[in-house]
Design a protein around this ligand. Structure first.
Ligand code: NDP
Ligand SMILES: O=C(O)C1=N[C@H](C(=O)O)C[C@H](O)C1
Length: 284
């Protein structure tokens, strides 16, 4: 539901940062107006956490909280529209949300997973007609997860075998997780660049699914278990040795520094950015 108490129309625009005084000294010290942010999926697990994190930041202001059935296009057509939209909804609708924002030339930060190359290509095509607009799609905003993916890609060419195991709460809609897909893609790219072939696997008899999903040639296994939040292991094997890289999110607060970083940076990153690693400077 749209939060009318803080909607673009009723929130009083920039009045909280506009000083009554005409003193040069005072106006020079005035902080910039907070970035105006709308949250899609605001009533969900991530949406609630995101609204709270934005509320706690002096330089960011939540101006709308949207859920299923709320009119995003109308919000973006308002005079006093948000600067940035954050999407934590469901895989079926996130592409449409992003295309609506790009058409209105409003920056978007996307945490929702379930993206594939075709959907990302549609965003790139839309952005070609919206110069200056930024979209950040990040499968995982937690630092430990981003570093797990980064280190896994560094290590992958040095091992014969590599497989990914992701473990999540059972209310999750998509499998494998967006993080696991992103991890597998990074591993596959690093191995291909180094001329390393597929992981050895002699399996000729297997029950469907027993060897997990094939993501870019990397086996990915998905566990759903009550009590878990979000976890991933990358297993790398050589004769006589194993490297395990593991990330554990015990609480969704782990995602918030990354979400706020993306909200602050998306306006200065025109085009499509996939992965928080780019915002952290881990990759160009
Ligand atoms: N990038 C990251 O770091 C992270 C990404 N995620 C991803 O974020 C997404 C959301 O996760 P989570 O918060 O746990 O899921 P939830 O199911 O808790 O929340 C999803 C929310 O989206 C709302 N919603 C559904 N359809 C629409 C719609 N058409 N328009 C607007 N809102 C809609 C739901 O409303 P209703 O209740 O009415 O259905 C619900 O409030 C998932 O894809 C998940 O994988 C999760 C954690 C971290
Ligand atoms: O649904 C979740 O919870 C999560 N989804 C993201 C994913 O699919 O990778 C990020 C994190 O793993 C939590």
């Amino acid at each position: 539901m749209t939060d009318t108490s803080a909607s673009p129309v009723t929130s009083g625009a920039t009045s909280d940062t506009t000083s009554d005084t005409t003193s040069d000294e005072t106006s020079a010290a005035a902080p910039p107006a907070p970035l105006r942010v709308a949250v899609l999926g605001a009533g969900g697990r991530m949406g609630r956490q995101t609204v709270a994190a934005l509320d706690a930041a002096d330089d960011l202001r939540v101006v709308a909280r949207l859920g299923r059935g709320d009119d995003l296009a109308a919000l973006l057509a308002a005079v006093d529209r948000p600067d940035v939209v954050v999407d934590f909804t469901v895989p079926d609708v996130t592409l449409a949300h992003v295309l609506t924002c790009v058409a209105a030339r409003v920056h978007v930060v996307v945490g929702t997973t379930g993206w594939d190359d075709a959907a990302l290509d549609r965003v790139r095509a839309a952005l070609a007609d919206a110069p200056g607009t930024g979209v950040v799609v990040a499968p995982n905003f937690a630092l430990s997860a981003v570093l797990t993916m980064h280190v896994a890609a560094l290590a992958a060419p040095w091992f014969e075998s590599v497989e990914v195991v992701e473990l999540h709460h059972p209310d999750k809609l998509d499998a494998p997780s967006g993080t696991a897909r992103h991890t597998a893609a990074a591993i596959a790219a690093a191995r291909a660049a180094a001329g390393v072939g597929p992981s050895p696997d002699a399996t000729v008899h297997a029950t469907d699914g027993a060897r997990g999903a094939d993501v870019d040639g990397v086996r990915v296994h998905a566990v759903r278990l009550r009590g878990l939040v979000a976890h991933e292991e990358v297993l790398l094997g050589n004769p006589g040795e194993q490297l395990t890289i593991r990330t554990d999110t015990f609480d969704r607060s782990s995602f918030m520094p990354g979400v706020l970083l993306a909200v602050r940076q998306v306006g200065s990153r025109p085009g499509l950015t996939v992965g928080l690693e780019h915002l952290l400077g881990l990759v160009p």
